[in-house]
Design a protein around this ligand. Structure first.
Ligand code: ADP
Ligand code: ZN
Length: 518
């Protein structure tokens, strides 16, 4: 009793409301779901937080048979299955965290046709036993989540994903749908060819948010910097993100003292308190919610006019998602990120206690957002290009860099030459910290031992201070003139860095801590 695609779309709208309680689709969700209902292979590229899961979850409830969802991480599977069960959906996962008995129970439920969505890791799916078992099961479709893992062009290559190409041999009748947040063309092409998708519908979401104005400020007086933003948005709704629960409590109290109605939100509060505060925010009973990143999962308030990060977010992906909660209605909104080197240290401490974070590239992601903050490059451009899309506007007119709010070094080429020569003088064998010390003329034991005080570049930037030099090195790395490699993040010159030594290039270096007054 398979419904026709038109009826099926009506059914999808119904489950959207009844199962998830959402009123409408996010951009591209409906087109992506249509491909699933039409049983046409597809690839959907949406930014993190764009709502990819719904694109396969909702239609799976409206098609006969069981959908098989390939997911790379056990923790991700469990979260999704728990969330689905909480909505009353019969979902299950099979992975190494289950006992033999639990696996048998799931298999029995599948045989009885009771499971609509089965989450499984690729290596398990590809065992002959599993494939044979699934061949006897009516399958509605395959959904490959985090599909960029199939590509070694991506940042998260997983060889096991390569095996997924045999799905088309074993299940010629079933459509295969791939989902990722990585938009670059080589990764996209790789996904299509590796999975042998046929005549696939390719849907790529827009990663830019032109109605958002981005500002990234080095922290000096954080609370005052937060208040400045709120002051520009009197009577409007906004979110202030803090790294820790303690910071949330402290900031919320301070804001209230200064006359802003602000409520806290973090995982240490009771469910009731959290729900009350979230409801108050959604109903405009308070202006500001001060939150850890726990806030925002599944809330959709369209008139958020500003998002302030009172501390650095943990990755560019998180920043895209959290700042993206501003301006959902398409109206002008402001996103301000306040950061410091201390925030990086705080995050590293938090991540140390988390082995999964260490193996999942969390430190690299943290360095990437830090570099983005530090570098005076158009914020829209930096964000969009991070997600693999080209950005062609010369001046976005919507970020602190393009609005000319950041004071730039007057002769960045000469300054860059000094830094790059120093990297060469230490034979491209040291990291940023050491190189910066040589440039400012530190008399540290190790510098003297290595004889680096004898180099022609020793003390070349002695008037500028270690922090500034470190920042410029970050900026040159972010703009591709310097590379960092290996565990010790050893600096070396890229091709464009070598050209810059001959004054060929356009580096942008900022004056530390200085903001142009407009
Ligand atoms: P992604 O996998 O693309 O990063 P998710 O599937 O996790 O994104 O969705 C991000 C958030 O958006 C989730 O909290 C989800 O519940 C919510 N969401 C998804 N689709 C909708 C929708 N149509 N309306 C409202 N909220 C949605
Ligand atoms: Zn810009």
């Amino acid at each position: 009793k398979d419904a026709s695609p038109a009826n099926a779309m009506v059914a999808v709208h119904q489950v959207l409301q009844e199962v998830w309680g959402y009123d409408s689709f996010r951009p591209l969700q409906e087109a992506s779901i249509r491909a699933v209902l039409d049983r046409r292979d597809s690839l959907t590229v949406l930014p993190t937080g764009g709502g990819k899961s719904l694109c396969f979850q909702a239609p799976s409830l409206c098609i006969d048979g069981m959908a098989v969802v390939v997911s790379p991480l056990i923790s991700l599977m469990k979260d999704q299955v728990d969330a689905l069960r909480a909505c009353g959906v019969n979902a299950a996962f099979i992975n190494s965290s289950l006992t033999q008995q639990e696996k048998r129970t799931v298999a029995d439920q599948i045989r009885a046709g009771q499971i609509k969505m089965l989450y499984v890791a690729p290596e398990r799916l590809l065992s002959n036993r599993m494939l044979e078992f699934l061949q006897q099961t009516p399958i509605s479709f395959f959904a490959i989540d985090e599909a960029h893992c199939i590509s070694n062009w991506g940042h998260d290559f997983r060889p096991e994903y390569r095996g997924l190409r045999i799905l088309k041999e074993w299940f010629p009748a079933a459509a295969v749908h791939a989902y990722t947040a990585t938009a670059s063309q080589p990764v996209r092409d790789d996904i299509l060819s590796q999975l042998e998708l046929r005549n696939a519908e390719v849907l790529v979401g827009d990663f830019d948010r032109p109605n958002l104005t981005y500002r990234m400020l080095r922290a000096n007086r954080r609370l005052q910097q937060v208040l400045d933003v709120i002051g520009r948005h009197r009577g409007e709704s906004g979110i202030v993100y803090c790294i820790s629960r303690k910071e949330v409590e402290r900031t919320a109290a301070a804001l209230n003292q200064m006359g802003t109605v602000a409520l806290p939100y973090h995982a240490g509060m009771s469910d009731d308190e959290r729900k009350n505060n979230q409801d108050a925010f959604i109903k405009d009973a308070c202006d500001v919610i001060v939150a850890t990143v726990a806030f925002g999962m599944g809330i959709d308030k369209s008139n958020v006019r500003f998002v302030v990060h009172a501390g650095m977010p943990k990755s560019i992906e998180h920043y895209q998602q959290e700042s993206g909660r501003a301006g959902r209605d398409g109206l002008e909104s402001e996103c301000v990120l306040i950061y410091s080197g201390g925030d990086v240290v705080t995050w590293k401490k938090i991540m140390q206690g988390d082995s999964q974070a260490a193996s999942g590239g969390a430190i690299e992601s943290l360095e990437a957002i830090n570099q983005l903050c530090c570098s005076p490059v158009c914020r829209h451009k930096a964000l969009v290009e991070h997600f693999g899309q080209p950005y062609t506007h010369e001046n976005c007119g919507g970020c602190d860099v393009c609005l000319d709010e950041i004071a730039l070094v007057e002769d960045p080429i000469t300054l860059s030459q000094k830094i790059l020569s120093c990297v060469l003088r230490v034979q491209e064998r040291f990291g940023a910290a050491h190189t910066a010390k040589v440039l400012v003329g530190s008399s540290e034991q190790r510098i003297l031992q290595l004889g680096h005080d004898k180099l022609s570049t020793y003390g070349l930037l002695s008037g500028d201070g270690l922090d500034a030099v470190r920042m410029w090195i970050d900026q040159l790395a972010q703009q591709g003139y310097l590379r960092r490699t290996g565990e010790y993040q050893v600096l070396s010159l890229s091709d464009s860095g070598r050209r810059l030594l001959h004054r060929d290039g356009d580096p942008r270096l900022s004056v530390p801590g200085q903001k142009k007054s407009s």
